[in-house]
Design a protein around this ligand. Structure first.
Ligand code: ATP
Length: 240
């Protein structure tokens, strides 16, 4: 595997994690460069979501280590991980449907390290203008793409340096997906954010990623720079 990184923000080393008796991560190893987008690809059920959950501390690590900014965070619980700068946008977004857009955004403050922090409304609405127009609308009344933007915006409210993002393009229109891709690239470029993305769509991944990993049955089996993202090779793995 190619590990030409100089300053990893996140290193996952030989991670093993399970749901009860069912082992899903079987020695997963990954290294992420600061200020870049790293994408994990792979078929359904190979353990991509489980990897994000384990990094976030929602599933215990059985073996292996997770290092974030040179700090061993293997055993740190998820709420503490949020406070040290890791944010997680799960698959399905988890917008609270009855709360307004504004109230959903406020929930992001819970994870902020500074308990007196205020909602950075201007910054959020600059990135996601649609959320300003809809700030009083119930979250449940937004389209899938708008909910995804809200979920990312809410995660940014905690001021993370690492964003874990699970299939943001699932079920949304290609044009909105492209918009989300551009916003992610902007965040990386302007704020130095690092993004660990789980994604099944090769077109989206090639649009945004700096480095990719390909996962199969709980392990990384291939990785490389964006320019090496080979459609044919990946399609062979991705198509079931
Ligand atoms: N809460 C759970 N309890 C038991 N098994 C689970 C649980 N969640 C996921 N699994 C199983 O773990 C395996 C890996 O699931 P995971 O969601 O990590 O895969 P994935 O690569 O993200 O796929 P997808 O794209 O479908 O989300 C699957 O076989 C799944 O059925």
């Amino acid at each position: 595997m190619n590990h030409a990184y100089t300053a990893p923000i996140l290193s996952v080393n030989q991670l093993v994690a399970a749901y009860g008796q069912s082992t899903i991560l079987r020695g997963t190893t990954l290294s992420m460069q600061k200020g870049a987008i790293t994408t994990v690809m792979g078929r359904n059920g190979v353990g991509k979501t489980t990897l994000l959950k384990t990094i976030m501390g929602l599933l215990p690590v059985q073996e292996g280590t997770i290092t974030f900014n040179n700090q061993d965070i293997t055993k740190i619980p998820s709420h503490k991980k949020a406070k040290i700068g890791i944010a997680y946008v799960p698959q399905g977004r988890e917008i609270i449907p009855k709360l307004s857009v504004y109230e959903n955004l406020q929930l992001g403050l819970i994870a902020h390290a500074d308990k007196n922090a205020k909602l950075p409304e201007e910054e959020i609405y600059h990135l996601f203008p649609i959320l300003k127009d809809f700030r009083k609308r119930a979250g449940g009344n937004l389209s899938g793409g708008q909910q995804q933007q809200l979920a990312i915006a809410r995660a940014l409210v905690s001021n993370p340096t690492l964003l874990l993002l699970d299939e943001p393009t699932e079920g949304i229109q290609p044009s909105i997906a492209q918009e989300i891709g551009s916003i992610l690239q902007k965040l990386v470029k302007e704020k130095g954010l690092s993004v660990l993305l789980v994604e099944q769509k090769i077109d989206f991944a090639t649009q945004v990623t700096d480095h990719y990993y390909f996962m199969d049955r709980g392990k990384m089996v291939m990785d490389g720079g964006a320019e090496e993202l080979n459609h044919k090779a990946l399609e062979k793995y991705i198509s079931v």
